[in-house]
Design a protein around this ligand. Structure first.
Ligand code: PRP
Ligand code: URA
Length: 209
């Protein structure tokens, strides 16, 4: 069974609360999504392996640690996942970015795939699939399957808000993928929206309706 890690950092909780507010402007929403993603980036990279190197300070030579040349890939699920990329890249600027286009059919709530462009060396990378919302879990689960079909192995899912239903689906279909969530909400409503959630993440990020 995979690990589900809910963020406890006060800054993350504080910023998610502002993100939820329906009166938060488009500009603020984008900035907050980026900031929260950066803070979550710090948490999700905790396990990256280190190696020892020698550095000469102005005082003396010393042995110290750097990240062990591990390659990272960030994969946003279009389109709302785009709002999480810049924040993660601030911490891992050399990461490759792949894109997966999946939208949820409003009638069936089933994921529809429309785009896929991923780095070629997926099997060698630590991969972070990012999407602000984990609702029924259909989109995330389809995106993970896509990445696996292209050879991705070390995959983590990073979402700002998740419903218990979506978490259960991803855990069942992808027991090897750990899930990092800013906040686990109560439930889904009859339209498959997360309650209390923040509404439609894509519309709030891009000002569409
Ligand atoms: C949202 C969100 C997820 C999906 C979550 O995208 O960004 O990808 O819904 O729902 P699920 O867990 O029930 O699949 P949406 O389909 O609205 O597309 P968009 O990002 O293009 O707005
Ligand atoms: N997609 C969203 O953007 N919000 C939800 O609450 C559910 C799916």
């Amino acid at each position: 069974m995979s690990k589900v890690v809910e963020m406890t950092h006060p800054l993350i909780q504080h910023k998610i609360s502002i993100l939820r507010d329906k009166n938060t402007s488009l500009k603020e929403f984008r900035e907050l999504a980026e900031e929260i993603s950066m803070l979550m980036g710090y948490e999700v990279t905790r396990d990256l392996p280190l190696k020892e190197v020698e550095v000469e300070t102005p005082i003396c030579k010393t042995k110290t640690k750097v990240i062990a040349g591990k390659k990272v890939g960030i994969i946003p699920v279009l389109r709302a996942g785009l709002g999480m990329v810049e924040g993660m890249l601030k911490l891992i600027p050399a990461a490759r970015v792949g894109h997966i286009g999946v939208y949820r059919d409003p009638q069936t709530l089933k994921p529809v795939e429309y785009y896929c462009k991923l780095p070629t060396d997926l099997p060698n990378r630590d991969l972070f699939i990012v999407d602000p919302m984990l609702a029924t879990g259909g989109s995330a689960s389809a995106a993970i399957s896509f990445v696996k079909e292209h050879g991705g192995r070390n995959i983590k899912l990073v979402c700002l808000i998740g419903a218990p239903e979506g978490i259960a689906v991803v855990q069942k279909e992808h027991p090897d993928v750990d899930i990092f969530i800013g906040h686990i909400d109560e439930r889904l409503n009859d339209h498959g929206y997360i309650v209390p959630g923040l509404g439609d993440a894509g519309d709030r990020l891009f000002g569409t309706k």
